[in-house]
Design a protein. Structure first.
Length: 101
């Protein structure tokens, strides 16, 4: 992983969430140019800020770094729903997931 990957991933996930750099900066409690500074390569978030960004974007750190998944937020949401399902419903869902993938 490179700094460029981190910048691009934040931008990609932010765009998928349909939130502006300004709004995300404000929501995270920073000045309006905070996310823009990260996106442009002028800054990188600290570890605690990175964890806050992941939470804001609705992904875990491992999902953030999973290059094989374009929409980790949706995968996370589906995973949460699956955890709440009864075992017999999960058994029905697995073949559907295999058919769709």
């Amino acid at each position: 992983m490179t700094e460029q990957y981190i910048r691009e991933r934040i931008t990609s996930l932010r765009t998928q969430k349909k939130v502006s750099e300004y709004k995300m900066s404000q929501d995270l409690g920073h000045c309006k140019s905070y996310v823009q500074a990260i996106s442009s390569g002028r800054a990188l978030p600290s570890m605690s800020e990175f964890l806050g960004i992941c939470e804001y974007l609705g992904v875990t750190p491992s999902e953030f770094f999973d290059e094989a998944t374009d929409r980790p937020d949706l995968v996370s949401e589906l995973n949460e729903e699956a955890r709440r399902m009864e075992p017999q419903n999960l058994e029905l869902l697995v073949p559907i997931g295999k058919k769709l993938s």
